[in-house]
Design a binder for this molecule. Structure first.
Ligand SMILES: [Zn+2]
Length: 179
């Protein structure tokens, strides 16, 4: 039989090769793959008969009470929980922050951050603020708009009115920025 020839010319069990591939006589796959073969039970029978040493290894790896298997399961469980936690962090807290910043001796500007957490187009928002307060308003950062004027208190009414998804409670007053 061809398979017997293969075994004869293949690596001997008594020698420790770096990579020792032993083929299964039932499914002809390397025996590591036997468990994916539908007739795994037949493979095991073949192994028991022809390669008792390999069969012992398979039996050990197959056992659900092996410490290695338990450790693997625990790790997977922990990993799963971790992923959920991370996802919640990414989703959470949506918040808009407003603050007053000094500009010149008497003037103040209003800084609005966090609008992009509500997926609001900052350019559109800046234009809206400029029209609403009749003053300069521009996007100054990745998620920052500066309005040329002290309109911080008005924003608590204006923002929820314009974007109903932003409740007044979701706007954080950071107060006055230091010079
Ligand atoms: Zn097999």
């Amino acid at each position: 039989m061809a398979q017997e020839n293969k075994l004869k010319t293949g690596p001997r069990e008594s020698v420790n090769y770096p990579v020792q591939v032993v083929y299964c006589g039932n499914c002809t796959m390397p025996i590591e793959y036997c468990e994916y073969y539908p007739e795994y039970e037949k493979c095991k029978q073949w192994l028991e008969k022809n390669l008792p040493r390999e069969f012992e290894k398979v039996k050990i790896g197959d056992g659900s009470d092996s410490p290695a298997g338990d450790e693997e399961k625990k790790r997977q469980k922990r990993g799963g929980k971790g992923i959920i936690k991370t996802k919640k962090k990414e989703e959470g807290p949506k918040q808009v922050c407003v603050s007053r910043a000094p500009r010149g001796k008497k003037k103040s500007v209003t800084v609005v951050t966090g609008l992009s957490t509500f997926e609001i187009d900052l350019k559109v928002a800046a234009k809206f603020f400029g029209q609403r307060f009749a003053c300069g308003s521009s996007v100054t950062g990745e998620d920052e708009i500066v309005i040329q004027g002290d309109v911080k208190d008005d924003l608590f009414d204006v923002i929820p009115e314009k974007w109903p998804e932003i409740d007044e409670d979701l706007i954080e007053d950071l107060g006055d920025q230091k010079r």
